[in-house]
Design a protein around this ligand. Structure first.
Ligand code: F0G
Length: 458
């Protein structure tokens, strides 16, 4: 008999979570203006809002917390992190930031100007936000297969090279500061990018003289998929794959809250000295001195250990296969989910799940609310609400996919929790015919509205 995978750790400390009744949840979600971000986490049973900063640190990371060096300049924790970043990514220069969007803010302040175009695979919302805030345009060049939730393709995060070349051909080089490749591609469903595609994108970029940067929040999960799915990589270690992938680029930004296995942190790493110098100025202005950049010494120490642990195969196998465990259960129940399953989350296809709720009434948001009411489970809408309004016409943008993301924190929940989530969804799916109306927005911010938007039930 083939042995199943199992977690390469045992549990040393537990945190209680509270069950509640449906009546309580109906009251709480109404009070939260039907925005799941407004719920108090105490009132959530299984929190799948995000895998960002919500994971469990190891005993070795906690040990680093105790010996963190909090010196303002040149702390030993910084030097530990610097060494690990060099070892894992291969990039020459490194700037710590307090999280991923801060890294974007610093790097884009140095590189992106009004009227620029920044092509890539589906940009994450903060990345797009930082581009659009500078009156530049994010151009999505993801392969078409990514937009059909039922097509099985091993690397749905890949860039369509002809779409990318069209962008290169239709704008002068000075208007394209860089290409950004998000690994894994969160907005396309946590889907990986292959080494082959990365290499081809890199070659095309070189041909047109345009730098290539990575948004590397889930770089380790991306490498796991490469090892499992790309010919020629089955015998390489995760660390070797990671190094090769990064070797095709000029630099990266990262939210360390994901594959850094820490609760807070981020950084920029790159090869170009001139860009590093420019970014340093913004880092000091926005984040802090270059040897801490918004992070505590202890957090930098924990991140150094986290980067090492996150690039170990056994950890990644239990991580990614836990998501697949949830996905397989849902498929067994007939629940429409994006396939192949993502590396950090399962995405419910709301267009197929609740097609009778009009898109104008935010059907994916309606499904996310229902999941909370039925099971106390918090997911997040990745659809029309998140897509925001067009910055120029101010009309709602209707993306191809309307999804609810169930992002699983790292090393936090057991497969029993996953089974509980699957059972709640089965019950909702069995009564889906009753869902005909959704929600109306009563208040929203001009950009990144999903965090604070308020709804009314229709
Ligand atoms: N890039 C990607 C691909 C991300 O998924 C995120 C965050 C960021 C950048 C920004 O990083 O939050 O540290 O500032 N994603 C979280 C999520 C919020 O829930 O997917 P941050």
């Amino acid at each position: 008999m083939e042995l199943p995978y199992s977690e390469p750790y045992k549990i040393k400390m537990v945190e209680s979570i509270k069950r509640s009744t449906k009546e309580q949840r109906l009251k709480w979600i109404k009070k939260a203006n039907y925005n799941l971000f407004n719920l108090s986490s105490e009132n959530v049973f299984v929190d799948l809002l995000t895998d960002s900063g919500t994971g469990a640190m190891s005993d070795k990371q906690w040990a680093e917390m105790m010996i963190g060096d909090e010196s303002y300049a040149g702390s030993s924790s910084f030097l530990k992190l610097k060494k690990t970043v060099k070892k894992i990514t291969g990039f020459k220069y490194f700037l710590p930031t307090h999280q991923g969007r801060a890294a974007e803010n610093v790097l884009f302040s140095a590189l992106v100007k009004e009227g620029d175009f920044v092509p890539g695979n589906s940009h994450f919302d903060t990345t797009k936000g930082h581009i659009e805030f500078r009156k530049a345009t994010a151009v999505d060049c993801t392969i078409d297969e990514a937009f059909d939730t039922s097509i099985i393709h091993p690397f749905k995060g890949n860039v369509d090279l002809s779409k990318l070349e069209d962008v290169f051909k239709s704008h002068p080089k000075e208007k394209i500061p860089f290409v950004i490749l998000t690994i894994t591609c969160n907005s396309a469903g946590g889907q990986p990018v292959s080494v082959k595609n990365t290499r081809e994108v890199s070659e095309l970029c070189k041909q047109y003289g345009i730098p290539l940067y990575f948004d590397a929040a889930r770089y380790a999960e991306n490498a796991y998929f490469i090892k499992k799915r790309e010919a020629g990589y089955e015998n390489k270690t995760i660390k070797e794959i990671v190094k090769e992938v990064f070797s095709y680029g000029d630099g990266m930004t990262i939210s360390a809250k994901k594959d850094g296995l820490v609760n807070m942190g981020g950084f920029i790493a790159l090869n170009n000295k001139a860009v590093f110098k420019q970014a340093t100025v913004f880092n000091i202005m926005y984040e802090g001195f270059i040897t801490y950049g918004g992070m505590n010494g202890r957090d930098m120490g924990a991140l150094a250990v986290g980067l090492d642990e996150a690039t170990e195969f056994n950890y990644l196998e239990s991580r990614v296969e836990q998501i697949a465990h949830l996905g397989k259960k849902l498929v067994e129940y007939g629940v429409p989910v994006l396939q192949p399953f993502g590396g950090h989350a399962i995405f419910l296809d709301a267009n197929k799940f609740v097609p009778k709720i009009p898109r104008e009434e935010y059907r994916a948001q309606a499904l996310a609310i229902e999941l909370y009411i039925v099971g106390g489970i918090r997911g997040v809408e990745i659809g029309t609400v998140l897509a925001d309004r067009d910055p120029f016409t101010r009309k709602n943008r209707f993306p191809d996919l309307e999804m609810v993301r169930l992002a699983v924190p790292r090393r936090t929940y057991t497969n029993n929790h996953m089974d509980y989530v699957a059972a709640c969804l089965k019950n909702i799916f069995d009564t889906r015919e009753e869902a005909k109306s959704g929600y109306e927005i009563t208040d929203e911010a001009p950009i990144m509205r999903h965090f604070t938007v308020k709804f009314k039930k229709i």
